[in-house]
Write a protein that binds this ligand. Sequence first.
Ligand SMILES: Nc1ncnc2c1ncn2[C@@H]1O[C@H](COP(=O)(O)OP(=O)(O)OP(=O)(O)O)[C@@H](O)[C@H]1O
Length: 245
Amino acid sequence: MVAPPDNDVLWARALHVNHNGSPALSGVSLGVRDGEILAVGGPRGSGKTTLLQCLSGQLLPQQGEVWFNSVPVHTMGALARERLRRDRFGWIDPVPVLVPELNSWENAALPLMLRGTGRRAAKTAALEWLERLDIGDCARKRPHALLQAERQRVAIARALVPAPQVLFADEPTAPLHRADRAHVLRTLTTAARSHGITVVLATHDADTAGLADRTVTLLDGRRVNTVHLPPVTETEGRAACSLSV
Ligand SMILES: Nc1ncnc2c1ncn2[C@@H]1O[C@H](COP(=O)(O)OP(=O)(O)OP(=O)(O)O)[C@@H](O)[C@H]1O
């Protein structure tokens, strides 16, 4: 095993993942620099979620390596990977999954309390994030009393409250309306930049990817380079194409 470059907070080499025999990732390698916002683009089914799951230690690749801060994740046991996710990573799903018995601030404060932060400090941090995401008045409501877009903001607050070193966001604005999307994404990216949080953002939306520092594109489980060709007439075909590397 060769250690990754020092300036990459995350580094993956030649990841191969099959889901029930069908390939989801076929030899994907990439580095994520400390503090950058990296978009992972590509159409539905191209392997974006699977890549985020591998990078965050949720899923072990059948082949390949994942390193976090020069520590191999792919050789860690399940418990060590769970601790890593709890203590260093945040995760936002496309659809919010909240604890139904807890209200919004309790849901948002949960990761901090699981790390051992006292209830009062965790509540203060949670309320600050709910305010920033414009749902301060939902703090005492339980998930069933919230709109889907409000639930997603609570899930985003929950991911940001513990100031993770890396935030994995899998289509984080999927349940939001277009206007809402831009606001939440700006809040998320501004927060990440001001707190030095590295973000890996899966999206198939070009506007969303536009907020990132860099985009890595997947197609059928492989990395591709997007090559922009000079404009052509309608009859000549598309103005951009993707080439496998
Ligand atoms: N748990 C699973 N079991 C079987 N096949 C799966 C599983 N998860 C993903 N796949 C398949 O693996 C491939 C990659 O899926 P993945 O969800 O990683 O892509 P994606 O780019 O995130 O797609 P989407 O944008 O729809 O979420 C797809 O063909 C998908 O059907």
